[in-house]
Design a binder for this molecule. Structure first.
Ligand code: FAD
Ligand code: SF4
Ligand code: SF4
Ligand code: SF4
Length: 372
């Protein structure tokens, strides 16, 4: 039976842990305090003696091959970038949501639709907790869902905290504990591809409370970035802006900085590689291939969200929200637009897979060299 010791050796030590928090959240002995997340979000033993060596943390980790085929089968995964039932572009009908949102506010508008219609009792999202921090959050009211919209840097409180290592990552899977404590039975989960994959793996293993996750809304993801002082300064120099002037950041096919004046600065993503979280370099999933619906900014016009419906359930809720909380882009003048967007997403997805393969090859090579 492989245990947390093996997880440290096989996933953490090579730098493959993307800190989804799954192992800690689902540790059989979590109530006894066997595992915990460190302040930096790294899973670690809180008390080694309390581990009952059940192997759950190892099996559940998305970086471990166990249950991969079952997970793919569960979702009807297809190459090259997961199942695609429909590609579309949408935005929130409500301009207040659009103002707060990252792109078109389609994620928030769909969550509100599900909530208003009584299809969900809550949603696992992330909320802003300080000028430069987000944390996972179980939103159980309309207002809470609304407040979670967007991907902001709010510079109005000063820049003091920013240099301390702000990361765009937020370990949403850990909110499963809140779901269990509150006994919620119908929840939507918003997350990056690695988080959605962790949830699907838990589903494939039939672990409670995965049956309470009714809808997985995935975000496209080029990577998560760590903003320490050095990174902050390099970025400001590359983009020719001052952090004090930043209103909002976004990631599409470039890193986008929107200033308080409305001016936009862009930096190619390959120039941000130095501040990308190490584990993200090994990640092959760009387009949230295991979600019910995936959302991103790439391909869509400014102020709109690209939407890929992947499962019949995802497509059904997307269509149900149309005309209610969601406005759909008018494709009549541009009937080939969805196919063009799909090509853009597929190209970005292929690039990420190729890079991840290269990194894995190098890792295997360096492990072989160090053991010989
Ligand atoms: C780290 C990261 C990298 C991304 N990279 C790309 C990319 O390369 N290309 C691309 O096209 N799109 C990318 N996206 C997705 C894009 O930024 C938007 O989230 C997406 O287009 C939906 O926009 P929206 O206006 O419809 O969402 P909104 O209505 O604004 O809702 C956004 C939802 O995402 C949640 N959220 C915000 N930050 C996080 C986080 N760190 N972890 C989990 N949930 C979060 C919020 O709580 C909210 O529920 C990325 C997102 C993240 C978080
Ligand atoms: S009790 Fe089980 S799940 Fe928890 S750390 Fe030990 S082996 Fe992992
Ligand atoms: S990837 Fe997730 S489940 Fe695997 S070791 Fe890291 S935090 Fe734990
Ligand atoms: S690139 Fe995105 S999906 Fe992949 S491990 Fe990093 S945060 Fe997760």
């Amino acid at each position: 039976m492989k245990t947390f010791e093996d997880l440290i050796q096989d996933v953490q030590e090579p730098g493959l842990c993307h800190r989804c928090g799954g192992c800690v959240t689902f540790c059989t002995a979590i109530n006894y305090g066997a595992l915990e997340l460190s302040e930096e979000g790294v899973p670690q033993f809180a008390d080694r003696e309390k581990c009952i060596e059940c192997g759950m943390c190892y099996s559940i980790c998305p970086e471990i091959d166990e249950f991969q085929e079952e997970t793919k089968k569960l979702i009807g995964w297809e190459p090259p970038m997961g199942r695609v039932l429909e590609t579309s572009v949408a935005r929130a009908k409500n301009p207040d949501i659009r103002d707060r949102a990252t792109d078109g506010g389609a994620v928030t508008a769909l969550l509100l639709h599900l909530f208003d219609r009584g299809h969900i009792d809550g949603a696992i999202v992330t909320r802003q907790t300080g000028p430069f921090q987000r944390e996972p959050w179980m939103a159980t009211t309309r207002q809470e869902i609304l407040e979670a919209a967007g991907f902001f840097i709010d510079s109005s409180h000063g820049m003091d905290h920013f240099g301390k290592g702000y990361s765009t990552f937020s370990p949403s899977v850990s909110e499963f504990r809140s779901l269990m404590q509150k006994g919620l039975r119908r929840v939507a989960m918003v997350g990056t591809p690695c988080q959605i994959k962790a949830v699907r793996k838990i589903e494939a293993m039939s672990i409670v409370p995965s049956d309470s996750i009714r809808y997985c809304l995935g975000l496209f993801c080029s990577g998560n970035f760590i903003f320490d002082d050095e990174a902050k300064n390099k970025l400001a120099a590359a983009g020719k802006f001052k952090w004090e002037d930043v209103y909002k950041i976004n990631i599409k096919d470039q890193f986008i900085v929107i200033l308080n004046t409305g001016e936009t600065k862009t930096i190619p993503l390959d120039q941000l590689d130095f501040m990308k979280r190490y584990a993200c370099r090994y990640c092959p999933d760009y387009a949230s291939e295991y979600a019910d619906i995936s959302f991103g900014g790439i391909g869509a016009q400014e102020g709109w969200t690209t939407v890929i419906a992947r499962t019949p359930e995802g497509r059904a809720i997307y269509h149900d929200a149309q005309g209610k909380t969601l406005e759909i882009y008018d494709f009549k003048p541009r009937p080939d637009y969805p196919a063009q967007i799909q090509t853009k997403v597929r190209d970005a997805s292929n690039r990420k897979k190729r890079y991840s393969e290269k990194m894995h090859d190098e890792l295997v090579k360096s492990r072989a060299e160090s053991s010989s």
